[in-house]
Design a protein around this ligand. Structure first.
Ligand code: SAH
Ligand code: SF4
Ligand code: F3S
Length: 465
């Protein structure tokens, strides 16, 4: 195959959306061979990997956890921060070695990094041992890319302006809880973020398709669904005659699935109607991930987040007051270009005011092609690291405090599986998304049980039946 002209290959016409192959289209040409699949990044990628696994298994491949055993290796990459690149290139060294030992092994790269033009160029120029590259919009072509693998690299990357595809096969990792995409891409274009470039503009699935998928999951015994999108609150906005996210939540609640979660909520699109629906239905979990990013309105403006510190706090308190016992977690970036000590202090002030249940915290990482990457940044790395350290200490103290409130209480936990560290224990999550390790309950996997909390740490709880 000739290498495609990248510029041209990135444009996807509506016509191309037409060919979607389901699993039964394929023969098990690779029976007895093994696949190794490594996933970086967010839940979106984790769920995409469930599709990739289903497609590999449709060709006859079986899963292995041992790289050296693999006949095909697929790396599903993330591009959110610079260290994501570093992690991948570290692992690629091992793949290159494997290829030397085992000439026929197929090495494939996909995910968000594969959508970056400079990365694809680098793969074409410097990493000739990589056989196939495909993007986030054309996972459905994986089987064809493998079957038609030629001597040269097989590269299929483009951005998707068209529709979404349905009837996606998934090899779900859990039989208890499932991810359900409700939208793809993102239209928010926060100035630091690469996601709108790697995943394209927002495309919502039709609500009937989502409900159909959830009903199917209920029929198959699933207890929990997590509705997935970069900005779930903006669900349906770009579609004509589609219901909004609050109504979608209500429809999903009516399917009778026992637990509903959703990520990620952007504060800008969070409506009162949503808060009321979450409070109204017992099977919509009282847990909201509400990224703050910064506590300084000046920095929020530079980030393009579309809310001020005051608006965030108002929303936060409204949620807390309306939804009983709700847990709220967040994401925070420190060291955005030219964040002053005073700006950073405002972030600490908001953390003190909100006392989040937990938070993911990051040092700002410039991503080429985003507007923020062009801002000259005069803050030394040591200062950024110091801020991160300070922030983490504060966040952890509130996490511990939030967890300690559970001591001695009895809470409902959905048991997901056996604990990796100690096989006499099982683990599961409370309605508020607290991780609980439970003694002597190996026969309860897949059930929602009452657990009495006996110990509380910053990152988990211990309990017994
Ligand atoms: N759609 C979600 C976030 C997806 S990315 C939202 O808007 O909240 C997950 C988190 O990674 C973000 O919330 C942000 O805190 C962090 N992040 C994104 N881009 C980043 C960058 N360039 N540098 C550091 N952190 C970043
Ligand atoms: Fe990135 Fe902002 Fe979209 Fe989240 S909402 S994915 S941070 S652009
Ligand atoms: Fe990473 Fe792509 Fe998710 S950049 S965080 S895997 S959307």
């Amino acid at each position: 195959m000739n290498l495609p002209d990248l510029k041209k290959a990135r444009i996807r016409t509506d016509k191309e959306v037409e060919y979607i192959y389901l699993n039964d289209h394929y023969q098990k040409l690779f029976s007895g061979q093994k696949y190794f699949l490594k996933t970086y990044g967010c839940q979106m990628n984790v769920h995409d990997s469930e599709e990739i696994a289903a497609r590999l298994e449709s060709l006859g491949f079986n899963k292995t956890e041992v790289l050296e055993e693999a006949d095909i290796v697929i790396l599903n990459t993330c591009a959110i921060r610079e260290n994501a690149h570093d992690k991948l290139y570290g692992f690629l060294g091992r793949c290159k070695h494997l290829k030397k030992e085992k000439k026929d092994v197929i090495i494939g790269i996909c995910g968000c990094m594969a959508q970056e033009e400079n990365v694809v160029e680098e793969i074409m120029n410097k990493h000739q041992y990589i056989d196939i590259v495909f993007g986030t919009h054309n996972i459905y072509k994986l089987q064809d890319l493998i079957i038609n693998k030629k001597e040269k690299q097989n590269i299929e990357v483009y951005s998707c302006e068209g529709d979404v595809y349905e009837n996606v096969p998934y090899k779900r990792e859990s039989q208890v809880k499932a991810w359900v995409n409700i939208q793809y891409g993102c239209d928010k274009f926060c100035t630091y973020c690469i996601v709108p470039y790697t995943r394209g503009k927002q495309r919502s699935r039709k609500s009937q398709e989502i409900i159909k998928e959830v009903e199917e999951l209920v029929k198959n015994g699933y207890k929990e669904v997590t509705l997935l999108g970069q900005n779930v609150n903006a669900y349906g906005k770009e579609l004509k005659d589609e219901i909004n996210f609050a109504k979608l939540l209500e429809e999903v609640a009516k399917t009778g699935i026992e637990r509903i979660r959703f990520v990620t909520s952007h504060p800008w699109d969070f409506t009162d109607e949503m808060i009321e629906i979450i409070a109204k239905y017992d099977n919509i979990m009282p847990y909201i991930h509400l990224p703050l990013q910064s506590g300084s309105s000046k920095i929020l403006k530079l980030m393009g987040r579309r809310y001020t510190k005051e608006e965030y706090l108002t929303l936060y308190h409204k949620i807390k007051e309306t939804i009983p016992n709700v847990a709220i977690t967040t994401d925070i970036i420190v060291g955005f270009p030219n964040e002053t000590d005073e700006n950073f202090k405002e972030t600490l002030d908001v953390v003190n005011a909100c006392q989040f249940d937990s938070a993911f915290t990051f040092i700002y990482s410039p991503r080429e092609g985003t507007p923020a990457a062009k801002i000259e940044d005069k803050i030394p790395m040591e200062v950024k690291e110091e801020r991160l350290h300070k922030l983490n200490e504060l966040i952890n103290s509130y996490s511990l405090k939030a967890n300690q409130k559970y001591l001695g209480k009895t809470v409902k936990v959905l048991i997901e599986g056996v604990s990796e560290k100690d096989n006499t224990k099982v683990f599961g999550y409370t309605e508020t998304m607290k991780l609980v390790n439970v003694d002597n309950a190996c026969d309860k996997i897949g059930e929602i049980i009452d657990v009495k909390i006996t110990d509380a740490k910053s990152f988990s709880l211990d309990g017994k039946i």
